[in-house]
Design a binder for this molecule. Sequence first.
Ligand code: MN
Length: 732
Amino acid sequence: MQIDLEVERKEILNRYKLLIKACKRRLEKGDKEMIRKAFEVAVEAHKEMRRKSGEPYIYHPIAVATICAEEMGLGATGIVCALLHDTVEDTDLTLEDIRGLFGEKIAQIIDGLTKISGVIDNTSSIQAENFRKVLLTMSEDIRVILIKLADRLHNMRTLNHMKRDKQMKIASETLFLYAPLAHRLGLNTIKTELEDLGLKYTNSEAYYEIAVKLTETEPERKRFIEKFIDPLKEILQEQGFNFKIFGRPKSIFSIYNKIKSKGVTFEEIYDLFAIRIVIDSPTENEKSDCWKVYSIITDFYHPSPERLRDWISTPKSNGYESLHTTVMGPEGNWVEVQIRSVRMDELAESGYAAHWKYKDSAAEKESKLSAWLLRVREMLDSPDPNALEFIDDFKLNLFSDEIFVFTPKGDMKTLPLGSTALDFAFDIHTKIGEQCIGAKVNHKLVPLSYELKSGDQIEILTSNKQTPKDDWLKLVVTARAKSKIKNSLKEQRRKVAQGGREVLERKFYKNKIEFTLQNINDFISFLKLPSSQELFYRVAVGNVDMKEIKAFHKHKENPVKAKKQKVAPKIEQLVTSARGGNDMLVIGDDLQQLDYKLSPCCNPIPGDDVFGFVTVGEGIKIHRVTCPNAIKLLSNYAYRVVKAKWTNDQLISFLAGLKLIGTDELGLVNNITKVISNENHVNMRSISFDTEDGIFTGTIMIYVHDTKHLNHLIDNLKKVKGVNKVERFDQN
Ligand code: MN
C-alpha cells in the first residue's frame, strides 16, 4: 500500500479540528493551547506507530479524546489526558516527561490509565465482579475510568482489524466489564453501543439476524409509530408544549436478551421500540410538565396500571430520571412511552457529565463537574441503601480494608489491607509460604515484608533450603499465615529437640551423670528452663555445653558452693557458642586449650587467620586478623594479644555473611539460591535483595564449616550471570 504522508498529515490536522469542534464545554483561556500542546506531544510520540488497520496510530488518541469531549462532556484536562493516554505505556515518553510538560494532575491521571491497562491486559483470567472492584479501587480520579471507557469504545469500533481470538477476548471483556460500568455511570449511549458491538463479535450470527430483521421491519414500524404519535402531536401542540416525539428502536443487544431470556422469537417481541417525548421545559416546571404530558397520553391511550415507572420523584442510583408508562396502542399492542425533559434526556444519554450545560458561569460548571465526579465516586463506593430497588444486578461493595492482587497467571486473590508478600505466599500454598525467600512484585524484587497494594502482581521465589523463622510472625497479618508459621516453628523445634536428647545422653555419659528422668529434671531446673523439649532443643543448637554440664555435676555434689557458677544460656549466642567443646582452638605460645569466645565483630570461622585478645571481663576473644578492630587492638594493646590457631575442623557450622552486587538479570535470585543449595555443607539462614535502577545488592547469611567452603562458594557465586562482586562482610 502506498502511503501519502502529506495526505495523512492533512487528515490528522483535520481530525484534530473536529475534536476541537466537539468540545461541548466552552474552552477557557489557555485550554486550547494546552490541548494543542498535548496533541503535538502525542503526534510526535506516536509518529512511528500504526494501528492494525495500517492507519497512523494518532487517529486512535484523537478519536478517544473526541468521544470524551462529545459523548461524555469532559473538559480540557480530560481531553488532554485522552490524547496522551497511550504515550507512557507505548512510547518513549515517561511519566516524568508528562509531569514536566503538563503538571501533577494530568500525570496522575495518565499514571492511573497506565496502571489499569497493566492490570487488565496482563491478566489472563477474568473475574468480572472483582475486576470492577480493582478498577474502582485503583483509580482515584473517575476520569481515569471515563477515558478508559472511551478508549475501549474506540477499540470496539475498530475491532474488525484484529485477529479472531483477540476479538473474542476484547468483546467478552467489554460485555463483562465495560458495558456494566458505563451503565453504572449513567452513560447510556455508550453502554448500548458497547453491548451491541460486544454481541457483534461474540455471537455475530445472532447479531446479524436481529440487525437484518430490524432493517426489514423498519418501514412497517415507521408507519405504526406515525399512526401512534400523530394524534398526540396535535394535542400537545394545542396545550402549548415545546417538544419532540419520536420512536426509538431497542438495541440489538436488549432484543437478543429478550429472545434468550423469554424464549420468544423476534416476531413475537412487541416492544421493539419505545415512544419518547422530550419536552423543553424550565427546570422548575419539568416535573409537573412531565406529569401533564402523562395525563394527556393516558387520556388518549389506555395505560397498564402495573407498568408506571416514576424515576422523576426517585431517580435511579445512576442518575437516570424519566417517567415510563406502557399504553395500549391503536392496533391492540402494548407500547412503552418515555416522558422526560431535555435536561433529563441528556442526562440519561451521557450521564451526569451532561450537568455542565445547565450552569452558567465557567466556575460553576467546573464545580458542578467535580461535584458529579465526586458523587459518582461516592455512589460507586457505597450504593444508596434507600435506592436499593434500583441498584443494578452487580452491587459494588467496596471494602476499603481489602486489596486485590494477582498471581503471575492472572488469578486474583483478595487479602486484608496490610498483607505482605509473605502473606500472599501462604495464601497460595503452605509449602510456598514455608519456602519463601522473597518475591517479585510487578517484576521487581521485594523482601518478604513488602506490603502489597491493590493491582500488584506477585511472583513468589522459593528455596527448598528455606524454613520459617521466628521473626516471620512479625511480617504477616493474615491468620492463616500466622498459624502456619507457628505450626512449622513448633515442628522444627520438636525435630531439633529429638536430636538434642541423644546429644545430652552422650554428654551426661562423658561426665558420668546417669541419664535418668530425675537427673534430666534436675538439670532443667538447674538451668531454669520451662520444659524438657526446651532443654533438648538448646542442647541440639549447641546452647548448652560442657561448661553447664560440669557446673551441674559440681552442683549435684555440692549444691551451695556451685550455685554462683551456673550459666544462663542465651539463644542469641547460638553462633559463637556453636562449637562442640574447647578443643577447636589452641591459644598462646605453648598452645594451650583455654576458654575463648569468637568475637561477633568479625565472626571467625575455622580456617581464618586469627588471634586471641585478652579482655578484661570476658576472657580471651578470638578475632580474624583482617577484622576492622584488629589493627587498633594489635597496635595499642600488643601485650594483650595471644596467638591462636585452629586445631581441626569438625563438622560444625559457623555463620558468615556475603554481600553481592550486580545487575538485575532475569532469574538472578533463583540462580544464586541454586548455587548455594548445590554447595555441600552450606546452609542459608537468610537472604535479602534490593534492586534500584537495575542494580541489585544482596545480603546472604549462611552457615559454613570453614573458609575453604566459603571461598569455594564465593567463586561459584561470582560465576552467576549478572553477579559482579561477592564479598564477605564482618558485621551482621
Ligand atoms: Mn488506547
